[in-house]
Design a protein around this ligand. Structure first.
Ligand code: PMP
Length: 459
């Protein structure tokens, strides 16, 4: 170890992956058995097809989950840095959530009644305090929040198109499955059964490219720009200096609405990047974590957007107009939001979570430096992600170009086999209020061991 820039020996990497796969297979007979048995009735052998993504060829099956820990059906305990890809940022089953859900179901009763409960108004006021937007509506997922935000923007501007950034991810939202190929919006690889060529609905450029944004908005045909304030689904790509201010200025100048998706970037603080970086979006969308894992999404809007939407008499917001969801806004989801935002993901909790993510980042940085590994780690509040490249990618396109499936598999399996769960899609780690310093240090120790084995001089 300790060469200035270590290089990866691919042969050794393949041997290490084989060793880790075998260890994973041997240690998890019951998870493997259940996965094989489930092929009989479940599509791809899992409740949702993306669960087949876990490294090692089969997913661990969950037995229990509390705080930052998961126990699987073979009796192994894990420190969970995946946290349900942010859905469990509050930690698993925190006590206030358990109480609120029990009270809603078994106390007052009534999960889905088509009637408002007091928790909804509380949640609207709390989301306003955090994100600054005054008016809120609830959905069952962040995907739905994004879909309804896009519809609302098209409806009130009368413009047909939307602009997103290459390699973005905003949930299963048709308009957003695009990458930039020489200035043209192309369907991203793997897009399942697109209903139209996405170029008909969508314009695209690289995140951070303000000149391109200005060009694409100039003819005033774009209803809104939908973006995360930092990309988080193709590694973490932070915005270049001045980009978000420029984006706000050019959207305003062209009458284009700005929608900020805070579903993941909520990790930046109690009001996400919107509050932390003084953004002034027209709409904010969010989901996953605000209900502590109970399904819920939300979108907030300025008074001007809300008034314009309600003034459109021909737009049907109450029946079959395309904004809805029978279970959206249900009493259980909103009880969960109240408990989660009121008592778990509090302003104070973010301070502790962010401090832990700093420690996590420092542990990885020290390891990379000691090994001379030419990699990087990027942090956004309570979230950090390492990438097998340095410096950290500046656009979605750059980040996609350097993805390395073999290294991903090696690091995921090495961690899994030693009691650490990282997000299966990439190398993301998230802290929750129950994560401890010891949990972070355990990751550092395991990560260091993985790096050492990869770069150790041949005997
Ligand atoms: N927005 C962002 C930024 C996301 O990362 C995701 C999911 N990864 C979504 C929206 C969609 O969330 P869901 O799948 O819960 O609808």
């Amino acid at each position: 170890m300790s060469s200035p820039t270590a290089t990866i020996d691919r042969e050794r990497l393949a041997t290490l992956i084989e060793r880790e796969r075998a260890a994973h297979r041997d240690a998890n007979p019951e998870s493997r058995r259940r996965f094989e048995a489930a092929q009989e009735a479940l599509f791809a052998g899992v409740p949702m097809s993306w669960m087949a993504k876990w490294a090692g060829g089969f997913p661990l099956h969950q037995a229990e989950a509390r705080g930052a820990r998961i126990t699987d059906v073979d009796g192994h305990e894990y420190v969970d840095f995946a946290l349900g890809d942010t859905g469990a940022m509050a930690g698993h089953s925190p006590a206030p959530l358990v109480r609120a859900v029990a009270e809603r179901i078994g106390g007052a009763g009534g999960v889905t009644t088509m009637l408002p409960t007091e928790d909804a108004a509380w949640a609207g006021v709390e989301l306003r305090r955090r994100f600054g937007l005054p008016i809120w509506s609830f959905t069952l997922s962040a995907t739905d929040a994004n879909r309804f935000a896009l519809r609302t923007c098209r409806e009130i501007t009368g413009r047909p198109q939307v602009l997103v950034f290459s390699w973005c991810y905003h949930g299963t939202v048709d308009e957003t499955f695009v990458i930039d190929e020489g200035g043209v919006a192309r369907s991203r690889p793997g897009n399942v059964g697109p209903m139209v060529d996405p170029a008909t609905t969508t314009r695209v450029c690289e995140f951070g490219d303000l000149d391109a944004v200005e060009r694409l908005l100039a003819d005033e045909q774009v209803a809104c720009v939908l973006t995360e304030p930092a990309l988080t689904n193709i590694g973490i790509v932070l915005p270049p200096d001045g980009f978000l201010a420029g984006l706000r200025a050019t959207t305003r100048a062209t009458g284009t609405l700005l929608v900020i998706d805070e579903t993941h970037t909520f990790s930046a603080g109690p009001g996400g990047c919107t509050a932390a970086w003084d953004l002034e979006p027209d709409l904010v969308t969010i989901g996953k974590s605000i209900g502590g894992g109970v399904p819920v999404g939300a979108y907030g809007m300025s008074r001007a957007v809300a008034d314009a939407a309600l003034a459109r008499e021909q737009a049907d917001y109450v029946d079959t107009g395309g904004v809805g969801g029978t279970l959206a806004g249900n009493a259980l989801s909103l009880a969960a939001v109240r408990a989660t935002l009121g008592e778990v993901l509090t302003d104070d909790a973010f301070v502790g979570m962010t401090t832990l993510a700093e420690r996590f980042t420092a542990g990885v940085e020290d390891t990379l430096e000691a090994a001379g590994a030419p990699w990087s780690i990027t942090r956004l509040g309570a979230r950090a992600e390492y990438r097998f490249t340095a410096p950290a990618p500046r656009t979605g396109g750059e980040s996609a170009a350097v993805s390395d499936e073999a290294l991903d598999e090696y690091f995921h399996l090495f961690a899994l086999n030693r009691g650490i769960l990282m997000t299966p899609f990439h190398n993301m780690a998230l802290m929750c209020p129950a994560t401890s310093t010891a949990d972070v240090d355990r990751h550092t120790e395991v990560f260091r061991a993985a790096v050492d084995e990869l770069f150790a001089p041949r005997p």
